[in-house]
Design a protein around this ligand. Sequence first.
Ligand code: NAI
Length: 328
Amino acid sequence: MKILFYDTKSYDKESFEKKRNEYPEIQIDYLKSELAPGTAQLARGYDGVCAFVSCDVGTETVKILHECGVKLILMRCAGFNNVDISRAGEFGMKVMRVPGYSPEAVAEHAMALALAVNRRINKAYVRVRENDFSLSGMLGFNFHHKTAGIVGTGKIGAAMARICRGFGMKVIAYDMYQNPDLDFVTYVKLDELLGRSDLISLHCPLMDETYHLINQETIHKMKDGVILVNTSRGGLVKTEDLIEGIRERKFFAVGLDVYEEEKKNVFEDRSDDIMESSVTARLLSFPNVIITSHQGFFTQEALEAISETTLNNARAFLNGEKTGNEVE
Ligand code: NAI
């Protein structure tokens, strides 16, 4: 079975090649380009493609892949909002993903962002390097005895809830389904969560219902001085409204691993580019905002789990078996 691997970074190739001798039936060719309408034709002659969150696997790409004879789209990530699932289904193409590679990796990054923005670690790092040991502008607040509001208590949200409990926080959550493992969490309506939380962490998927879940109206319902962390998907937050909220001093701090404009940036070195009209640059101009580049997943354990599950998905497809990782 031949797989064309798009958007390859050195760490991807390393983690897949480490496992690949256990899967002799699978041949992988690695490409640096992202999967998009302009590059989909390169997959002619391949049985499957392997893509990541920043690839464009929309209607046009899926159509070209189908014309090229591709039968399998292996997403080496959990989210699949960048894939036209229904069109793939119409063409009889299978889409598979890695539903949960390391929830702790993302949850620990969410807490890292929350702590860093709270205690202004980004500013402190730069200041001390310049021999400036002053503390003005660095004042944070204790998480202990404060309230954490978790939106979406699936695998990652549950891990974040446990971390927050470990910090001695009261944990409340909003989800349509209550996670039975989280007996220390109180489920509340979204409005109540917004009004009571000192730290809000987003862990629900991006869907029509959750698009711009955080907007002017929901921001106004939040407690003054709240910390907002988003490690889920950029589209959950309406960036213009977030910027407005930051200007109105609604937020104590904001930590973003994902944001609406990230597509061009994700995993690229753009340090030589002149940003013409960049929402990212505007967000970065605020002293109480930290942005990381969709790196919540980026731990050794997660990369290992991603390569293993993706190769298992390819093998299951080849053998006509179901894994539960199919997206339909
Ligand atoms: P999951 O499927 O285990 O959990 C999602 C939870 O959200 C479920 O409990 C579901 O009931 C809930 N939910 C669905 N709609 C909701 C709504 N309207 N309001 C509140 N809750 C809702 O997913 P998992 O593994 O916990 O991942 C969560 C998200 O994290 C993914 O969708 C993905 O976008 C993001 N992610 C980010 C990564 C990063 O590197 N920053 C890496 C991996 C995932």
